[in-house]
Design a protein around this ligand. Structure first.
Ligand SMILES: *Cc1c(COP(=O)(O)O)cnc(C)c1O
Length: 221
């Protein structure tokens, strides 16, 4: 199936209010250009800073680039001048660095806090309690060049649909209660990947991050 057909298929399954973020990491510029030309896709995501910078420089400037991978503080400066949304803020230390670099280039960079919802131990992210504590302490107020607009989460890598549903439900309900209480500015709930975006959109995801279903398997080298 062509990239356009894949994109159309994903979009046909999304509820109103869910946007498709095409995850192009490890795929060549030509695949992104094809999605841009044939499907009108403008929202793409990468997970490595250097790869993102290279693609940003080579591809049309009306693409909105999101960053979804684990971000090292020493790489922040490369992406801050142009990145639209960083999904993967997993520490206050990283937030402070994004703020510092954003100030230098005169931008306010939108970010999501990554919340750990999967059972795997190795995934990065805050717990629900840590997110709440960050707001209760008013720690975010000092970062004037960062705007935290929501949450991102990854479900456990499992075929057990009930477990995935349960994890997304927990994230979604935390997100909505945060919105009503301590985080009224939340507008984005980033959850759902190739294997579970249909569950995520039903549970209120605003951004599904779909890679391999659209572009095929990634070749790591
Ligand atoms: C790679 C990646 C995706 C896309 O995964 P697919 O299974 O290929 O759709 C989504 N989110 C994050 C954080 C990723 O690193």
């Amino acid at each position: 199936m062509a990239i356009k057909d894949r994109i159309d298929e994903v979009k046909s399954k999304l509820k109103p209010g869910t946007q498709l973020l095409a995850v192009s990491k490890y795929h060549p510029k030509e695949a992104i250009q094809e999605a841009y030309d044939t499907a009108g896709q403008r929202l793409f995501a990468e997970s490595h800073a250097q790869e993102l910078v290279g693609k940003y420089e080579a591809l049309p400037k009306d693409i909105k680039w999101h960053f979804i991978g684990h971000l090292q503080t020493n790489k922040v400066k490369y992406i801050v001048p142009f990145v639209e949304l960083i999904h993967s803020v997993d520490s206050e230390h990283l937030l402070a660095e994004i703020d510092k670099q954003a100030k230098k280039v005169g931008r306010v960079v939108k970010c999501l806090l990554e919340v750990h919802i999967a059972e795997e131990e190795t995934k990065y992210g805050f717990s629900f309690d840590e997110v709440k504590a960050l707001y209760d302490s008013n720690a975010l107020a000092k970062y004037e060049n960062v705007e935290v607009v929501g949450l991102m989460g990854m479900a456990t890598a499992t075929d057990d649909k009930e477990q995935i549903k349960h994890e997304f439900e927990q994230l979604s309900s935390f997100y909505h209660s945060a919105q009503l209480t301590f985080a009224p500015k939340f507008t984005e709930l980033s959850m759902g990947m190739s294997g579970d975006y249909e569950i995520a959109t039903l549970l209120g995801s605003t951004l599904v991050r779909v890679g391999s279903f659209i572009f095929g398997n990634r070749v790591y080298n």
